[in-house]
Each structure stands twice: as C-alpha cells, then as structure tokens.
Ligand binder design. Sequence first.
Ligand code: TRP
Length: 339
Amino acid sequence: MSARQRVLSGMRPTGQLHLGHLVGALSNWKRLQDEYECFFMVADYHALMSEYEHPERIRQASYDNVLDWLAGGIDPSRSVIFRQSDVPEHAELFVLLSIVTPLGWVERVPTYKEQLRELEGRDLATYGFLGYPILQAADILLYKAHAVPVGEDQLPHLELTREIVRRLHFLVKRDIFPEPKALLTEAPKLLGTDARKMSKSYGNTITLAEEPGAIRATVQKMFTDPLRIKMTDPGHPETCNVCHYWKMFTPEGYAPLWEECRSAKRGCVQNKRELGEHLIRLTEPFRETRKRFAAKGANAYDEVERLLQDGASKARAVAQETLRDVKEAFGLASCNVKR
Ligand code: TRP
C-alpha cells in the first residue's frame, strides 16, 4: 500500500477542453501527482445526465479529453486514468448512498437549481439528475480519497459528500471513509476572450488543441483597455483582459510587460500579437499529441481505449474492496461469504 494520501478528480466529457480547464484544473492535477496517489476520472455518467438526449459526442469527447490530459502531463504510469462507466462499482455505491441520503439534502444543493435554470434546451427534471452529487460522492468515496481538487462551484458537492460520510458512519456504527477535503485551485478565474464568463456556449474559449490560425484570429479580436485609445495613452493592465491572460500564462514573466503597457511602450496590437504567439507555443503539446494519435489512422483511439481499460482494472481493484466494506457494514448477504 502506498503511504501517500489519495486524490480523486473528474471531468465531464461534454466537449473539447479549453484554456480555462488548463489553468483551472489540468495544471493543478499535474502538480498533485508528485504528492498524492491520483485517480483521474472521465465522468461519462455525469455527462450523460445532461446530454442523454444527444449522447453521441460523449465517447469522442472522452477520448479527446484523455489525449489532452496526457499532453498536459497526466502520467498513466503514476496516476490511474479511467472512465466512470467502466467501473460498475460507482453505480452500486451510488445506490447505497442514495438509500441513506435525505431528499432535502440533494434538493438544497445550489448547483442543482442553478443548472436546471441555466442549461436551457435540456430536460434536466429527471430523477438521475437530482442524484448528480450523490454519484459524485460515490466517485470520491470509492477510492477513499482524502482530497479532491475542484473549482469553487463544486464546493457544495464536497460538503454534501462529507455529510453523507458522517451519516453513513452513524448508521453503520463504524468508520469507513476519510472525510474528503477540497483542494481549491488557487488560480483566479480566467475570463473568456470577450471578457465575459468563459463558456463554450458563448464561443469565447480557446480549445487546447486549437489550430494556430484560429488562436491568432481569436486573440486579435480580444478587447483591451477601453481607456487606451491612442498608443501613446498609458495603459491600465489590471483592467485589460489581454494583460490578465499574460499574468495567467506567464506568472513569472508578465511584470515587465505590464510595465511597458503602463508606460505606453507597448501597444495593444503588439500585445495581442505576442500573446497569440505565446498561447500557440503553450498549446503545442496538445496539437502534437492529437496529431501523433491521428497518424495511427483508423485505430487512432485503440490506444486510448487500452489505456482506459488498464486504468479501469486498477481502479476496480480499489473500488471493489471499498464496496465490499460498505456492503458488509450494511450486513448484505454476499459479504458473509469468505473471501
Ligand atoms: N461534477 C464535476 C464537474 O462538473 C465532475 C465530477 C464528477 C467530479 N465526479 C467527480 C469532480 C468527482 C471531482 C470528483 O466539474
């Protein structure tokens, strides 16, 4: 057994990953591998909960997301990379947790009401969707994760997971799980290229595998400091989205650049051109990885599939043991058979 603490996190494969995922999650995941035993999950059941009317993109997005994880430094020889639906224990633990979770607890989760309101054009008034955070709790608890790297929006789900742990421990009169803590990403939010909230549906994202031409075109259209009309006007980098991107993507190198902007030595056109080139360099590994796999022709995804199967068997070994503990705690019959 590894002495390191465990981390579990997941992403929903609903589309292409973008720069927001890189600063908000992926860079963080990469770092955590040094310190924790990590499980990174493609949350395809969670994706299906909102996309079940048009599920055809989930499989492809799962493969593409995993390729981006690999390009972003997630190392399958150090971390377990797997797909939720390949590990049936998630569904089983979900049932057990559903049994002990009071209805009021899930109805109160703020993300639930928000998503019902925000995700227009989808019928989310399903029984399954109400259970979204219970399935997430099952994801986390199956691996007895100590820590879960998440964005702020997921905090209510973590809190619910801890409440479920306490209730379950009380009911079965024994402790099975650590209470998982959230590892909040420190990076402040990256805004979309139009300075609104970054969102696929606004079309203001740059995907990680985006072609250089598209990156250049998008960055060229970004808004800069509205108070700076002529190049000789002093800039205000703290209110300029382009400068904010510099800060996010070169935390060590942005200061002199901001200074040049303040003293009007650097114009907005140059600033955008150089940011575009910087982002193109930064995203090179993502395009490279896609190309490398695409070159395999018709079997491009076989290798990803094998990697996921390998991950699933490692994940299952842990998940089965946990599930057995829980079933045993509830006195379910199959657990009385000696191992
Ligand atoms: N709900 C998470 C999100 O939308 C995805 C997710 C599913 C997850 N299961 C998880 C995150 C378990 C952390 C742990 O971002």
